[in-house]
Design a protein around this ligand. Sequence first.
Ligand SMILES: C[S@@+](CC[C@H](N)C(=O)[O-])C[C@H]1O[C@@H](n2cnc3c(N)ncnc32)[C@H](O)[C@@H]1O
Length: 284
Amino acid sequence: MQSYIGTREFSDILLKLEEKGGMALGPEKAYLLDEKLGKLVAEMPPHSFPELHGKICFGQDSALLDRLVESMTINETFWFRDKSPWTMLEEVLLPRWIEEMENGKRHRVRIWSAACSFGQEPYSIAMCVASHLKRSGADNRRNTFEIIATDISRPVIRMAEKGAYDGIAISRGLEDTYRDLYFEKAGNAWSLRDEIRQMVRFHPFNLIADPYGFEPFDVIFCRNVMIYFSDARKRQVCRSLAETLTDGGILFIGSAELMEDCENVFSRNLHKGGVFFRKQTVSW
Ligand SMILES: C[S@@+](CC[C@H](N)C(=O)[O-])C[C@H]1O[C@@H](n2cnc3c(N)ncnc32)[C@H](O)[C@@H]1O
């Protein structure tokens, strides 16, 4: 069990982490929380654990709690993660949207990467859209795609906006053809070309917020984040995501995630063995 904090303080802080970021941490994560609290105490006043505990749990120091929440996030990500969303985007959604635009039935497409980490997910979406439009002779439609990327962690968002990756990050999941087409190498870093970087708009955003207040999206990628939430939070977030989708809009979750709690607001569908969820209201 943890060494730095006692059981009561641990429970107090867990409650705050859940309220603020939806994080449901089991006792097996006590060591991690202990480590992060130790760092906060070393880095920031008040420099003593009892005061820090008091400020986070009973004071009004939301900045301190934000720092703790940000430090507890798990930001693991890579390019074109899981095969199925990209197949669905390429083979079903993009051809349909282009056709709808050509028939005057659609003027824009809105896509949200709702826990975007360092940007690999939204930039994969942008590369997928850009290359598909080029191949379809529809390059002039690029400005009709709005890609919004959000994450609870502000430092992570700041990194993502830069669109610069080291040799390890760039190699994880990215095909050489995409790398050579859309990145420039400068020293050890690979920088995304402006034509792709500028297709994505980043903002900090907490999925626990209620209401969300976004204009509706056609597709939401909310992958590998709800696994850290309690069942009650998952249900709340699923409802909010459904409210933020257009009728018939699509939700992608992580391949290892379950949506049992959300099946009353979404229908479960398959494309070539990959699962996606459609907002329950209208059938295509
Ligand atoms: C494991 S990463 C997943 C990144 C990407 N979606 C993927 O599948 O590769 C989870 C991300 O969720 C973010 N996150 C955690 N809690 C959040 C919340 N309450 N609201 C928004 N983002 C959150 C973390 O900061 C982290 O960057």
